[in-house]
Every structure is written in C-alpha cells, then in structure tokens.
Design a protein around this ligand. Structure first.
Ligand code: PXP
Length: 246
C-alpha cells in the first residue's frame, strides 16, 4: 500500500502570516521544501498538493518548486476550472486528481459528480493524458459514479473516505466501509486503478486497508496535525535554550 502525503496544511499555516499581498519567500515558515524533504526521508511514495482557485494555501510558485525539487511523483489535486487546467497542462504533474471545488467549503466535500460533469471531463481528460499526466477522479463510493468514471477515460479513481471518517456510530462506519469495498471491487472490474483518501487518521485507517485493490492512500490533515503535536515540545525547548544562553 502506498502513501501520498498531502502538504496543503503546511501552506495553510504559512499563509496565515503571508497573505493580503504580502508574498511568502522561499524562506517563509513553515517551508514547503523542508516538508517535501521530510516526506522523502520518511519513505512515503508521493506528494499531493491542491492548487485551489482561491489560492488559500498552495500558491502557484509552490507547485513549480515541488515539481522541480521532488524525487517523488506529484499528484496535483485540481478542479476543472480552465485556469487551473492550463496550469496543470504546463506543469505536467505525474498525476492529476480531479475534484469538485466550492469556495465556501473548508476542504473538498463530496466527490465529483462524474455523471453531470461528463461532457467537460471528456474534453479535459484527453488533454491531460496527452501531456503524460495520469488522471484520477475523486468520487464518492457510489456505483453509478464509478461506472461513469470508468467510461470517462480516467485511469484511476480516488474513493472519498469522508463519509466513512465522519460516521458517528460503529454500524454507520461499517456500512460506509461496505460501500467503499463494493466501489473498489466494481472499479477494478471496470479497469480502474483504485486510490482512496479524505479524513483518514491514525485511529480510523486500519479497516480501510481492507478495501480491495487499493493502491494509494492520500492523507494530509492527520499527519500534519501529529507533526505539530509531537514536535511542539522540542520547538519550545529549542527556544528556551536560546533564551537561557548567556
Ligand atoms: N484526497 C482528496 C481528493 C482531498 O481533497 C483531500 C483533502 O485535501 C485529501 C485526499 C486529504 O484529506 P485529509 O487532509 O483529510 O487527509
């Protein structure tokens, strides 16, 4: 099983200070390049960035920097907005995961409605594939969506584990896991490669590994949160050491 690490929230923290016309330099903290090198040293298999239309975290310079610096494949999460599609065509990430995007949402909510977006997808997917970009569609574990994804020309789907992660009871979680397993099985039977992600953390990940044919899990928030929590004490000690120095 492969792990793609989503670094959006490193940029979220950086942009909390650098916004409103104040441009983050390469040295701005936390530095995305440092985070990339940690992902590489830790042995993860890929790095994911979501260049949102409102640029709330990842900036255009970031995707170019990561593409240049990374030894790992870059998965660009992106909407179908023409401006973003043009950037992807120039950038040529190894993979593009097409997601729905609404400005008012905190993070990507729900999957792509592949059935409704069919015409646009059939225009955009060949453009991306012609540039050597593998295309994945972020979909809910809904069998109609999986069927539509299979006939869209995409190579992969990323199953949205958001409903599983949000399930409030053991039985709801079990039923969401069942939907994910069925969608994984159908996707594979229709020739799609299967990834999954959204809302996964250190507690809820185990059962997800049972989804058949799963190749890559894309995880962000839980990893960045743990990094903050486990690193905070050392960061304070380092500062105190300087304060105490004569
Ligand atoms: N996959 C997709 C398509 C996403 O939109 C996100 C969130 O940016 C993730 C995976 C990662 O989700 P999380 O940050 O909850 O691990």
């Amino acid at each position: 099983m492969k792990l793609g690490v989503n670094l959006d929230h490193v940029a979220t923290l950086r942009q909390a200070r650098y916004r409103g016309g104040k441009k983050a330099s390469a040295r701005a903290e936390p530095a995305l390049a440092e985070a990339l090198h940690a992902v590489e040293r830790a042995g993860a298999h890929g790095v994911t960035l979501h260049l949102r239309e409102d640029r709330r975290h990842i900036q255009d310079e970031d995707v170019w920097m990561i593409k240049k610096e990374s030894r790992l494949p870059l998965n660009l999460e992106m909407s179908l907005a023409p401006e973003i599609v043009q950037i992807a065509l120039k950038l040529r990430p190894e993979e593009a995961c097409l997601v729905p995007e609404r400005r008012e949402e905190v993070t990507t909510e729900g999957g792509l409605d592949v059935v409704r977006a069919e015409a646009r997808l059939k225009r955009v997917i060949p453009l991306l594939r012609r540039r050597g970009i593998r295309v994945s569609l972020f979909v809910s574990p809904n069998l109609d969506q999986v069927r539509a994804a299979a006939s869209s020309g995409a190579e992969m789907i990323e199953l949205n584990t958001g409903a599983y992660s949000d399930a409030g009871t053991a039985s709801a979680r079990k039923s969401e896991l069942n939907r994910l397993m069925k969608a994984g099985r159908l996707g594979h039977a229709l020739g799609l490669r299967i990834n999954a992600g959204h809302g996964l953390n250190y507690r809820n990940l185990g059962p997800v590994l049972a989804i058949p044919y799963l190749e890559t899990l894309n995880i962000g928030h839980a990893i960045i949160s743990r990094a903050l929590q486990s690193g905070l004490e050392d960061a304070i000690r380092d500062m105190l050491r300087i304060l105490r120095a004569p």
